[in-house]
Write a protein that binds this ligand. Sequence first.
Ligand code: SAH
Ligand code: SF4
Ligand code: F3S
Length: 441
Amino acid sequence: MQEKYYIVTYGCQMNVHESEKIAGILRGMGYTEAQGTEDADIIVFNTCCIRENAENHAFGNIGALKKLKKQKPHLLIAVGGCMTQEKGKTEVLRKKFPFIDIMFGALNLEELEGLIVRKKNQKKKVIEVREKEGEIVEFTGAYRTSYPNAWVNIMYGCNNFCSYCIVPYVRGRERSRKPEHILNEVRELVAEGYKEITLLGQNVNSYGSDGTTNVTFAELLDQVASIEGNFRLRFMTSHPKDFNEDIVKVMQKHRKICRLVHLPVQSGSNEILKAMNRRYTREKYLSEIEMLREYFPEAEVTTDIIVGFPGETEEQYLETEALVKEVDYASAFTFVYSPRSGTKAAEMENQIPEEVQKDRIMRLVELVNSLTRKKSEKYLGKTVEILCEDYDGKKDLYLGRDEFGRMGYFKSEKDRVGQFVQIKITKANGISLYGELIEAK
Ligand code: SAH
Ligand code: SF4
Ligand code: F3S
């Protein structure tokens, strides 16, 4: 009987795509996909450590497997991703969960096959976490599960060392893929019928600055967008310290590029931005938004915000609120600051009490939601283009996103997944839109 795998993913888009690579490796070894943990022969946890609750989540789920492992001794449990890259973490995991068979890191996931083979031949657990980033291993066997969307890494790692962030410690220094590798991958994806390509990197604007290539991010974007075919192009994440007009000019040249920019601001206070080591000011950030909207008045912006950073005063928090209103974000990911060991901010005095953090996050979420709702109302009666991504059996509706990432639902007799459709919006419900199908192409 064929053995089965089950992958549990935490964290960002980078990890989601890396789980597709892990699935590719496992399928290459002859495993097929399991329905859940119960019928799996190998369970892989692809972990995240960006905030404490991401870690707790993984801890809880790994711990819950103790019984299953006892009942099914041949079951392999593997833990990889960003958490195992943290200093001393494999030791903690080994003590807490002695039943883990394999540990690997985000920096050596391509070695997983060898590690599994090794484990099958020995009783001892296999712990192999690469400490320092190596050369990029070009990997073409990802098993993609997000049709019609496809993620394409353009770079790995981060050099920015924002004072709160653990990513540079667990993902290593910036490494860019060669333009030809990226272009070939996108060409293949488009030929296979993928309709939305998202270029991924912790800071896409610094593409190439590691010396791999002289091609800048704006040039790469131009080259990717010049690939023929009917597809949308997105990119993330842009860092405000080096987001620039060259990128926006390329967006203007190609209608394929969605006029939505994810530009994490983190805070609206210059003092806090400085303490965060973000290397831009509120004024610079706002001037970038202004520049973007001079080119495209309809452009939408999304962001990431942290509240309760060490020393954040009520006034500084209110500066964030004011900035949120001024930019008028389409949506925002909002987080409570979580101290990460080894980062500068974790050592700072004036850590903010939990109740203050909670109060701020609640107010901010309410503000962001109110902006999103207001934008929904503007959609009423309009016709928008949706890339159909899925079918919701419970609602008996197809769903997809518009250029700005808004979810739209509609009814159709025919399967529309992977098609661009025009829908006329008849109902706007908070963050979701509902409409009538007008035209498909
Ligand atoms: N490279 C991207 C995002 C990486 S992590 C960027 O620079 O914007 C995604 C988001 O998690 C960050 O934008 C930040 O808002 C949040 N984040 C990172 N570290 C955090 C921490 N210690 N506590 C709370 N949120 C954090
Ligand atoms: Fe973290 Fe800053 Fe790098 Fe983003 S840019 S991954 S927030 S260190
Ligand atoms: Fe992503 Fe979490 Fe790692 S946000 S880079 S999976 S720490």
